[in-house]
Design a protein around this ligand. Structure first.
Ligand code: NAD
Length: 274
């Protein structure tokens, strides 16, 4: 591990300081789940191509609920088949060593942190979790597991698929438990206040695999940098968090992949091989 990184991690290890890990699609890229910045993101409705930022919106769901559901079901299928990788598992080791000094904020909806063994209590899925759905009309049905859909997803949903995706209480559409690009963060669904509270207390912010295109993660980064937390960004590409890390009093940008870097960082912080 590079000397600069060791120098930044040493006081965190010695004092068992408060750690906030912020992950994005990059940590799951090595599990085979495409990021939004890749070419795989677009989707065709009629003769028009839509980007994820257009598909994952309330406006699109209002207009084409079936198309949005098909897009999600195909993406969710990729998530279900994917397996957590070394980087996800390293964070489980870090949590086991730091317990309440550790918080994980993830933008990923793929469930790979949960499936690797990160606790629900210390993991805030600020963009939701594909394993759950709720009533699109908020009729009070609560949070429900994503229905199991066995039939393949064709060019249109079948009657059976439409029924499975209907709210058991009011009969309207269910929707994925995912924050859409034209919606606001909240605590009840997405633990946004808890994530900000963790940012205010963090002594180390470890950012992994995010392009910084969404607002709450950027606010978390800025708050951490402003109150003097150590900021480390792990990403093969430069991005707004690598700039923040370089501007921080204590910080560095590690231009490498999550699975190449996190096991070493965690082993240094915990003394446990990760
Ligand atoms: P993003 O697609 O905007 O950016 C991904 C970042 O990961 C890029 O900066 C890229 O350089 C970096 N990266 C790629 N491979 C990496 C690796 N092996 N190790 C470390 N970094 C790597 O993703 P985002 O910033 O998370 O934001 C986009 C939105 O997309 C979020 O709202 C998120 O909810 C959603 N999303 C989630 C998933 C998922 O759940 N796995 C997948 C795609 C998009």
């Amino acid at each position: 591990m590079q000397a600069e990184l060791v120098g930044l991690l040493e006081p965190i290890r010695r004092h068992k300081a408060k750690i906030l890990v912020l992950t994005g699609a990059g940590i799951s890229a090595e599990s085979g789940i495409p990021t939004f910045r890749g070419r795989e993101g677009y989707w065709v409705v009629g003769s028009k191509n839509y980007m994820p930022e257009e598909m994952a919106t309330h406006a699109m769901f209002e207009r084409y609920p079936e198309q949005v559901w098909r897009w999600y079901l195909l993406r969710f299928g990729i998530c279900t088949k994917a397996q957590p990788n070394r980087a996800h598992r390293a964070l489980v080791t870090l949590e086991a060593a730091f317990l309440d000094q550790f918080t994980l904020v993830t933008q990923n909806i793929d469930g790979l942190h949960r499936r690797a063994g990160s606790s629900e209590a210390r993991t805030y899925c600020i963009h939701g979790d594909a394993a759950y759905v709720r009533c699109a009309d908020d009729c009070g049905a609560g949070l429900l597991p994503l229905p199991t859909i066995d039939e393949p997803i064709g060019p249109e949903l079948t009657a059976k698929q439409r029924k499975l995706l209907s709210c058991p209480k009011c009969g309207g559409w269910l929707r994925p438990q995912v924050l859409w690009f034209d919606e606001c963060y909240d605590e009840a669904n997405y633990r946004a206040d808890s994530a900000m509270a963790a940012a205010l207390e963090a002594e180390l912010l470890l950012v992994v695999g995010t392009s910084g295109a969404t607002s709450l993660p950027m606010r978390i980064g800025i708050v951490c940098q402003q109150h003097g937390a150590t900021v480390i960004d792990v990403n093969p590409e430069s991005n707004p968090f690598s700039a923040l890390a370089q501007q921080a009093e204590q910080g560095c940008a590690v231009r490498s992949t999550a699975s190449d870097t996190l096991p070493g960082v965690v082993e240094y912080l915990t003394g446990v091989s990760a």
